[in-house]
Design a protein around this ligand. Structure first.
Ligand code: HEC
Length: 120
């Protein structure tokens, strides 16, 4: 029985450390100024993918938190690198994994479910 509770406690800790903190994510969104390229509501400055430029990001509101985190990390690590990612890279390069998880949770909370550019 003791083992069972230890397992449950471990599970709870793991689950809570993976789910981002939306309130803190909102602060990070402001601090980094994701708004500059993605709008305050996450609707994006580019009306469609063909209009994406360095300071005109796509719509991100409602993307899966896991997808957002994956893409921010890909930009940060230059795994996702296009002619348009340099400025986003400069903005997100110092974010920790925890900050990314938080901002991702906030972005996911911004709208109805929406599929990202590389999501099937
Ligand atoms: C200087 C402008 C700029 C800033 C600031 C910026 N981004 Fe971006 N973002 C872009 C551009 C441009 C793209 C598209 C990159 C490409 O594929 O060419 C993008 C792509 C993304 C994507 C991928 C969308 C998809 O459908 O694959 C996510 C998620 C994202 N940004 C989240 C964020 C978050 C969260 C922040 C703030 C922490 C942020 N961005 C700050 C410009 C910016």
């Amino acid at each position: 029985m003791k083992k069972f509770f230890t397992l449950m406690a471990l599970f709870a800790i793991t689950a809570s450390s993976q789910a981002g903190d939306i309130a803190n994510g909102k602060k990070i969104y402001k601090k980094i100024n994701c708004t500059m390229c993605h709008n305050a509501n996450g609707s994006g400055k580019a009306s469609d993918v063909s209009k994406i430029r360095m300071t005109k990001g796509p719509k991100i509101a409602g993307l899966d938190a896991a997808y957002v985190a994956e893409q921010v990390i890909a930009v940060q690590s230059k795994k996702r690198k296009t002619k348009n990612t340099a400025m986003m890279y400069a903005k997100v390069k110092k974010l920790s994994k925890k900050e990314i998880a938080d901002v991702a949770a906030y972005v996911a909370s911004l709208g109805p479910k929406y599929k990202g550019m590389f999501q099937k």
